[in-house]
Design a protein around this ligand. Structure first.
Ligand SMILES: O=C(O)CCC(=O)C(=O)O
Ligand SMILES: [Fe+2]
Length: 200
């Protein structure tokens, strides 16, 4: 039998996941429509976009960043882009998230109750680069532990990512092929190459 505290956490997690999931798919549908210029274009219905995403393929991650008093400027998370369609992020009051804007790192100020939405690599590919996968990182705090919760909107591994309009600057690929290539590139070069590996 689960203890009452575990049950309470599980129920809260379920509620948070369900709210973030609704928000992520609604936003993805709206952003797709904005590019296609009309609702329910052939093969792209707001409720169905992105195809292949459901509760078995998307996931929620709890990030914990312990305080780091000895070394200032330590990464909690190294600079990266997310390998999904989009990410809905909830951060606590501590701060530390930064994103790349106009070649400079900009701190994302925590606002109580606000969610952050980051475009991921798959949306950049599908949109033919109209939407940009944002590079971001997390810096640790010397004295205070930080938490964030991230919901990743991703499809099944066999889902083709496709494009909003041909010709696409990218070769056709499935999410599984993308993930494998990212891992291969990391092993080979020490870092994620991402979409440039799929340019035509
Ligand atoms: O903790 C954060 O604010 C960012 C988390 C993140 O970028 C990730 O989980 O991919
Ligand atoms: Fe991220």
């Amino acid at each position: 039998m689960l203890c009452p505290r575990v049950v309470a956490y599980r129920d809260v997690t379920r509620e948070v996941a369900s709210a973030m999931s609704k928000l992520a798919s609604t936003l993805a549908g709206v952003l797709a429509e904005a590019l296609l210029g009309h609702k329910n274009a052939p093969g792209v219905e707001r409720e169905r976009f992105p195809e292949g995403c459901d509760e078995t393929t998307c996931f929620l991650r709890l990030n914990r960043y312990p305080p780091c008093p000895l070394l200032p400027d330590t990464f909690g998370l190294v600079p990266h882009t997310d390998s999904d369609f989009l990410t809905v992020l909830c951060q606590d009051h501590v701060g530390g998230l930064q994103l790349m804007k106009d070649s400079r790192w900009v701190a994302v100020k925590p606002i109580p109750g606000a969610l952050i939405v980051n475009i991921g690599d798959l949306f950049q590919a599908w949109s033919n680069n109209r939407y940009k996968s944002v590079e971001h990182k997390v810096m640790t705090n010397a004295t205070t532990e930080r938490y964030s919760v991230a919901y990743f909107l991703c499809p099944s591994y066999d889902s083709p990512i496709g494009t909003c309009r041909e010709p696409s600057p990218y070769m056709p690929f499935t999410f599984g092929e993308y993930r494998r290539k990212v891992q291969e590139d990391v092993k080979r070069t020490g870092k994620k190459v991402g979409l440039p590996s799929f340019l035509v």
